[in-house]
Design a protein around this ligand. Structure first.
Ligand code: TRP
Length: 555
């Protein structure tokens, strides 16, 4: 933002590139690098990716134009904007909803952003190289754990971790399905003994099985390279598990990240951010291109790609559709007034459509690249998945870079870039809340940032703790605080906010105003956008909501 922002809290972008950097910086973040690959994984990829792309094109892109339009037309924050453009109070409520969403979203987003800081430190210390810490005993325990769960998840290759190490080793004594079944029956019986207070029988069986699994593993082809990859895979998993189990670390990094965000929003280093973006954004893109090339070099890459892109509509649930829809808002920073606020600093000469198309295309490209990299790596390293994919970004990348010359420094750069991408997003979130208190309550920028930033940081502690100390505290429909916040805000409130934006711009804003805002646009393109924002986008969002509510009532 330009300098005059600092003096009166409001201003114009310093340059066109400044706006584009800030808006794409807001859009590109953990949503692309962490969340999209993780939910794609969780919801079985394939059809999920397709639905997501549909949502981006038919809902996200047109609504981005609409949001920026409201912002530029009014030159105000979400609440003030609706107040100025209409005298109906109901629309002001939409702005209020947006500010509340920004508040909650930032509180848990900053927790994951903090992980990137911890991982930067871990990379500098080169922790990832200590894979020898994983002993044969650990490998045996892992093989046993995989062995026990294999029959249950056979039908779902993604949940089974893309076929575990077990699929590659020959069970010289348990080769036939019959022998396996008999073994499992024996095991079940042993569990019974264990429950009845005879742990010796279970322990003996477990140790015999583990020994034979380990023996089979060691006899197979390419033993040393398979062992190395398995060690790396288990080691990065252990590092992540140990880190999130520490409340002090997770909370500490979250608080530090909030502090960084507040420092920038208060106005001090916004010039630096613009300049840094010009170098770091292209660097992130370059790094992702490099990683995609490496990821496609894994022998299992074609299988991984098929999993991501081959649609399987049978596996598609309405919950997955809601998640894809919600994520299209999350990833483009829509539905709560962030793009509206950024648009309010935009000058009349810029094209809203061109800006929106460029931002959306870049955002989608980065999300797809991250997904390809992570799927290929998880697959190639046969990483076990215990947490539905939440840790994927933090295991796949270090493991891959351990196989790259100079990898530990590349890992440092990578996590710095993740942290920076997250920072340009958290800035936009805090900016929405702050601009509301400046414009509508007459607070100073300093006071708004300090008070609201601290309140958000405090709320975020609950999400940070829900990963460890409060992991079993699941008061909301079996979800932890973290999961509940993310689920309600991204899947329900952002689409709801977007629905209102579409209805407002589609039906309330006068056509002349829209034409004026999209002056350079050919008539056909304008017509296409107008039909979409009036009918298609609102109907798509409302359709998913109604379908889901109907299902939950019937079920
Ligand atoms: N879009 C960002 C991401 O993908 C997150 C984000 C920033 C956001 N600002 C937002 C999400 C406003 C919703 C609304 O990581």
């Amino acid at each position: 933002m330009s300098n005059d922002t600092k003096s009166n809290g409001r201003g114009k972008w310093g340059s066109r590139i400044g706006f584009m950097l800030a808006a794409s910086g807001s859009a590109i973040g953990l949503g692309n690098l962490w969340k999209f690959p993780y939910i794609t994984y969780k919801f079985g990829a394939g059809a999920f990716v397709l639905v997501y792309l549909g949502c981006i094109a038919l809902v996200g892109l047109p609504i981005m134009v609409a949001e920026m339009m409201i912002g530029r037309r009014s030159g105000l924050n979400p609440v003030g904007a609706f107040k100025k453009l209409t005298n109906r109070r109901i629309w002001v409520f939409v702005g209020g909803l947006g500010v509340t969403c920004g508040f909650i979203l930032l509180s848990y987003y900053s927790v994951v952003a903090g992980w990137a800081l911890e991982y930067t430190v871990k990379s500098v210390r080169n922790d990832f190289a200590n894979h020898q810490t994983i002993t044969d005993k650990d490998i045996g325990a892992h093989l046993f754990a995989e062995y026990i769960k294999t029959p249950k998840s056979k039908s779902d290759p993604i949940k089974a971790g893309y076929g575990s190490e077990l699929s590659t080793i020959s069970f010289y004594d348990l080769k036939s399905p019959k022998a396996k079944k008999a073994f499992l029956a024996k095991l079940a019986k042993a569990w019974g003994e264990f429950a009845k207070g005879k742990p010796e029988i279970y322990a003996k069986l477990k140790s015999n099985t583990t020994a034979s699994l380990l023996d089979a593993f060691q006899r197979g082809d390419d033993y040393s390279s398979r062992k190395l990859r398995l060690q790396r895979s288990l080691w990065v998993g252990a590092l992540f598990g140990k880190f999130v189990a520490s409340p002090a670390k997770v909370v500490g990094w979250h608080l530090l990240f909030m502090l960084l965000t507040m420092l920038i929003v208060v106005g001090g280093v916004s010039q630096g951010i613009e300049r840094a973006s010009k170098i770091l954004m292209p660097l992130l893109l370059t790094m992702l291109v490099y990683l995609v090339i490496r990821a496609l070099g894994f022998s299992s890459a074609s299988e991984s790609l098929a999993m991501i892109f081959r649609p399987n509509f049978h596996a598609l649930t309405i919950e997955a559709v809601l998640e894809a829809l919600g994520h299209s808002f999350f990833t483009l920073s829509l539905g709560m007034g962030a793009m509206l606020t950024y648009g309010s600093y935009l000058s009349k000469d810029e094209s809203l459509t061109t800006s929106s198309i460029v931002i959306t295309a870049l955002d989608t490209l980065i999300a797809l690249m991250a997904t390809i990299i992570i799927f290929c790596a998880i697959h190639a390293f046969k990483m076990p998945v215990g947490d539905g994919g939440v840790s994927n970004l933090f295991r796949a990348i270090p493991a891959m870079f351990q196989e790259t010359p100079g990898g530990n420094w590349l890992t440092v750069i990578f996590y710095v870039l993740v942290a920076f991408a997250a920072l340009t997003s958290t800035i936009s979130l805090l900016e929405v809340v702050v601009s509301y208190f400046i414009d509508e309550r007459g607070w100073s920028r300093r006071k708004a940032t300090l008070l609201m930033g601290s309140a958000i940081a405090l709320l975020g502690v609950a999400s940070a703790l829900s990963l460890n100390a409060w992991a079993n505290f699941k008061p909301f429909f079996g979800k932890t605080v973290f999961e509940f916040f993310d689920y309600t805000v991204s899947n329900w409130f952002l689409p709801l906010g977007g629905l209102f934006v579409a209805l407002f711009v589609g039906w309330v804003l006068p056509v002349e105003a829209k034409r004026d805002e999209l002056k350079g646009l050919p008539a056909v393109a304008f017509g296409l956008w107008h039909v979409t924002i009036r009918y298609i986008s609102p109907l798509a969002v409302a359709g998913v909501f109604v379908w889901l509510l109907y299902q939950s009532i019937v079920a």
